[in-house]
Design a protein. Structure first.
Length: 246
């Protein structure tokens, strides 16, 4: 089990959900895992942790420079940190919109920018951005979230083209899960007027008839982070149980 052996992987949002599952899988596959989250990650394997608010550019500079100092390089950056908001266009406030965009879109922009800064002169690397099926198809009750994830989708393609044309040997791809069993999803359920109905609708939305487990998303992230995907960049990988195929 050595698909990312000795690669240094920075994973944001590593305390829980898909980020946490990805961190565990990477460690099992030989990576040196670096986690960042505003909450303390509960990680059962060897991992370094660094302070990083993804909306703060100074934090990105400090953290990435410190990781390069301590590990010698960064090979992989997984921009997994994110928040959701179960509201439509009429009920979303401007402050809510801006806060969500700061985490989901600005944070991913800064992650890509500073990944490139530290990777380009050290042989390249792989950036994996966590988007969503909500960044591909419209969702009326997730207006800010959908807009942010649509932005991540095209940001990823722009970054991929830039790095390819500059000859940096840095690949950038996005992953688009549907509903997964994560604290983010549970937060949406808790905020719903009818939680049981919402959970049932999430499961029914997938032709496979269930929501995903975080490890099922993490396996796709692992492929994109590894050298197995060495000719893959600017692509979007949908992991949705068939939701967008219907």
């Amino acid at each position: 089990m050595s698909r990312v052996q000795d690669k240094v992987a920075l994973i944001t949002g590593g305390a829980s959900g898909i980020g946490h599952a990805t961190a565990q899988l990477f460690a099992e596959e030989g990576a040196k895992v670096v986690l960042t989250d505003l909450r303390a990650p509960q990680f059962q394997s060897t991992a370094a942790t660094y302070k990083l608010d993804v909306t703060n550019e100074n934090d990105w500079i400090t953290a990435t420079d410190a990781i390069v100092r301590d590990f010698g390089k960064i090979d992989i950056v997984v921009n997994s940190a994110g928040v959701s908001l179960l509201k439509d266009i009429e009920t979303t406030t401007l402050d809510e919109w801006r806060r969500l965009m700061a985490v989901n879109l600005d944070g991913t922009f800064l992650g890509c920018k500073h990944a490139i800064r530290v990777m380009k002169d050290r042989g390249g690397g792989s950036i994996v951005n966590m988007s969503s099926v909500a960044g591909i198809i419209g969702t009326s009750h997730l207006v800010a979230y959908s807009a942010s994830k649509g932005g991540v989708r095209l940001l990823t393609k722009s970054v991929a083209l830039h790095c390819a044309r500059k000859g940096y040997n840095i690949r950038c791809n996005s992953v688009h899960p549907s509903f997964a069993d994560t604290p983010m999803l549970q937060g949406m359920v808790n905020a719903a007027r009818n939680p049981e109905k919402l959970v049932a609708s999430f499961a029914a939305a997938s032709p496979l008839g269930r929501i995903a487990q975080p490890i099922e998303i993490a396996r796709t992230v692992l492929f994109l982070a590894s050298d197995e995907s060495s000719f893959t960049t600017g692509a979007e990988f949908v992991v949705d149980g068939g939701l967008t195929a219907a």
